[in-house]
Ligand binder design. Structure first.
Ligand SMILES: Cc1ncc(COP(=O)(O)O)c(C=O)c1O
Length: 361
C-alpha cells in the first residue's frame, strides 16, 4: 500500500518513512477529536492504576449500563468490544453471510473481513453525481443477500442516511432475510445525530446491528473500546461467544463508565466541530479548484478539480510541512483526485487551510 493511503493511525510508519518526529506530525488523517482524552477519563485511570491487578467484569455489567444510559438502548441489547474493529469482525462472523453488499466507498475493514470468510461481496456505489449521498433504493437486496453493510455517517465521504431511511430499509431487508450492520463510529459528530442514528430502531427491528466506537469522538484509539447494539438475541449471543474473554481491558472498562456522562467534554466537542466544519466549508468552498461534499462527520472528502496535482502529490507537498492528510485514491470508486482530512484545532486547521489556499488559488 502507498504510504499516502495508509490507515489514519499509522503514524509510526509515516514518521519512519519521512523522517519526522511523531510528535511533530499534524495528523489530519486519523479522524480523532483534537480536544484529546477527556479529563474525567484521565482522572479515572490515574486514580485507579491498581485496577490492573484484577480482571475486568467478564460480563461488563457496569459498562453496559453506562452505554445503555448514554444511547437509550437496553443493556441486554449491548455488548462491549476491543474497539469497533472487534465488533465488525464479531457481527460478520455471527451473521456468516454467503452474500453481502457494502455501500462504497467505505472503510476498508468490512471488505477485508468479508473476503476472509469467503463471502461473495457486492460493492454498491454511492454516486458522485448525487454528491455521494447514499441512495437506499440502489441497494439490490434479493433473497440471497444475507448482509448489508453501511457506515453512517460514511467514512470517507461524511455523507449519511437518515434513521427514517434506515427504518424503511430494515423493513425491505426483513422481507429478504437480510441483516443490516451499521457502523456509527462517527455519528456523535453529526449536527442532528438523533435523526441519523439507528440505535432506537434496534428496539423495533431485529435485523439491525449498530456498531459504535469511542476512539474518534472520545479521542482514545489506544484504549480500544467499542460497543455493539442489536435486538437480535441470536446474533448478539454469537458475537459475545466469538469474543475472547476480557477483550476489553480494565482501563477501557473504567473509561467507558465515566466518559459518556462527561457532558462538558461532549458539549465542547460538538461546539468545536460544528464551528470549524462550517468555517472550513465556507473557506475552501470559495476555491473553484476544490469540491467538498456534504459531511456530517469530523472530516471532509475533497475532490481536486484543477491545479494540476494529484492527491498523492498533494500528500507529498504537505508532509514536507509536517501536515498529514489521507490520499483517498485507494478507496473503491474514488481516484487520484480525492483526499480526506479531519478537523483539528482552529490553529492547526488554519495551517492546513493556508497551504490549500496557496496550492489551489
Ligand atoms: C468507520 C470506521 N469504523 C471503525 C474504525 C475502527 O475504530 P476502532 O478504533 O473503534 O476499532 C475506524 C477507524 O478509522 C473507522 O473509520
Amino acid at each position: 500500500m502507498q504510504s499516502s493511503s495508509l490507515h489514519g493511525g499509522d503514524l509510526d510508519e509515516i514518521s519512519r518513512l519521512y523522517g519526522i518526529d511523531k510528535s511533530k506530525i499534524m495528523n489530519f488523517s486519523g479522524n480523532v477529536n483534537p480536544l484529546g482524552l477527556p479529563d474525567s477519563v484521565k482522572r479515572a485511570i490515574a486514580q485507579n492504576v491498581d485496577a490492573a491487578t484484577g480482571y475486568p467484569d467478564v460480563e461488563y455489567r457496569a459498562l453496559r449500563g453506562a452505554i445503555a444510559q448514554y444511547t437509550g438502548a437496553k443493556a441486554e441489547h449491548i455488548t462491549a468490544g476491543n474497539g469497533s474493529t472487534e465488533l465488525i469482525t464479531g457481527f460478520i462472523k455471527a451473521v456468516m453471510p454467503k452474500k453481502a453488499i457494502i455501500a462504497e466507498p467505505a472503510y476498508s475493514e468490512y471488505l477485508r473481513i468479508l473476503s476472509q470468510t469467503g463471502c461473495e461481496t457486492v460493492l454498491s456505489p454511492m454516486n458522485e453525481k448525487n454528491d455521494f449521498m447514499p441512495d437506499p433504493d440502489a441497494f439490490d437486496i434479493t433473497d440471497d443477500t444475507d448482509l448489508l453493510v453501511i457506515c453512517n455517517p460514511n467514512n470517507p465521504t461524511g455523507t449519511y442516511l437518515t434513521a427514517k431511511q434506515i427504518a424503511a430499509l430494515a423493513r425491505r431487508c426483513k422481507q429478504h432475510g437480510c441483516f443490516i450492520m451499521i457502523d456509527e463510529t462517527y455519528v456523535e459528530f453529526a449536527d442532528a445525530a438523533e435523526h441519523i442514528s439507528a440505535v432506537e430502531l434496534t428496539g423495533e427491528y431485529d435485523n439491525i446491528g449498530v456498531i459504535r466506537g469511542t476512539s474518534k469522538f472520545f479521542a482514545c484509539p489506544g484504549l480500544r473500546l467499542g460497543y455493539g447494539i442489536t435486538g437480535n438475541k441470536a446474533v448478539l449471543d454469537k458475537v459475545v461467544q466469538s469474543r475472547d474473554l476480557w477483550s476489553v481491558n480494565v482501563f477501557a472498562e473504567l473509561a467507558g463508565c465515566v466518559m459518556f456522562t462527561d457532558t462538558d467534554f461532549i458539549r465542547k466537542t460538538r461546539g468545536l466541530i460544528n464551528t470549524e466544519r462550517a468555517r472550513i466549508r465556507r473557506e475552501l468552498g470559495a476555491l473553484d479548484k476544490l469540491k467538498l461534499y456534504n459531511t456530517q462527520s469530523n472530516f471532509f472528502l475533497v475532490k481536486i478539480l484543477g491545479g494540476d496535482i494529484t492527491a498523492k502529490e498533494l500528500f507529498l507537498r504537505l508532509i514536507e510541512k509536517n501536515i498529514l492528510i489521507r490520499n483517498a485514491d485507494n478507496f473503491p470508486f474514488l481516484d487520484e483526485t480525492y483526499f480526506r482530512f479531519c478537523i483539528l484545532s482552529p490553529e492547526e486547521n488554519d495551517i492546513l487551510l493556508d497551504s490549500l489556499k496557496e496550492i489551489f488559488k
